[in-house]
Design a protein around this ligand. Sequence first.
Ligand SMILES: Nc1ncnc2c1ncn2[C@@H]1O[C@H](COP(=O)(O)OP(=O)(O)O)[C@@H](O)[C@H]1O
Ligand SMILES: [Mg+2]
Length: 251
Amino acid sequence: MKVLTILCQKGGVGKTTFVVNLGKLLSHKGHKTLLIDTDPQGNVSTYLNFDKNSKEALNTTDLFENRLDKEIMKVSESLYLIPSNKSITKHSNEKIIGGSKLMKHKNFFREKGFDLILIDTPPTISSLTQESLTISDYYLIPSKPEFLAVEGVSQAMDFAKETINNVIKADPIFLGVVLNQVDTRRSSFQSFENELRFLLADKLFNSKISQLTEIADSPFYAKTVLDFNENSKAKLEFIELSEEIFEKVGL
Ligand SMILES: Nc1ncnc2c1ncn2[C@@H]1O[C@H](COP(=O)(O)OP(=O)(O)O)[C@@H](O)[C@H]1O
Ligand SMILES: [Mg+2]
């Protein structure tokens, strides 16, 4: 079982889009995949047209409060979801002193036979993200290709490193930064990419995801790249990204 957290304290960079689309693609390949949403906004549920307030579904607040008797909901073949809603907010600023709350459940997930867990995190500096890191083998940071985003990326990297050094015993590996919402026609793009490549070296993914209307519209239609046709740019780019992740993670 491999656990991957997608994080960045900036909103709108593509965390939820990545979790949902990668989850769909990887589960479609036959990997039993679990999505855990730790963002109080619960956007993963919205993307997947799932009721984040469902009383039957085991949700993230249940995990934090040790109630494991509800069902982990199946959203499609080999894809499962632990949704989140605003009730998780009360756990968003807790010191991880007595040990991580999520870490306690790692065996529970193992017993359920998941091959892969993808964790979505809030667009804030939050102990929910720190909790997510405690259970993770890897983490990944999406970023928009903009000048100010360099700051966002380095803040996210610092936050993860400080968490790993000071707060938790776990030692997740930094997989790297993935550029999202790329518009190569913008003249600044190449210089921005070069700057990030210089800073990050092999921690900048070769795959990138373009700024595409079909991705922007997909939550509205509760669609994912899996629903797009074979030649869709969004689908091909996400397949390439999932393969690059696979290579790094060794699934
Ligand atoms: N590659 C893309 N092209 C077009 N729109 C995108 C792309 N990636 C994300 N979006 C849109 O940008 C918004 C923010 O993405 P989201 O994944 O919710 O970010 P985050 O979870 O980091 O806040 C959403 O409306 C989403 O549909
Ligand atoms: Mg989000």
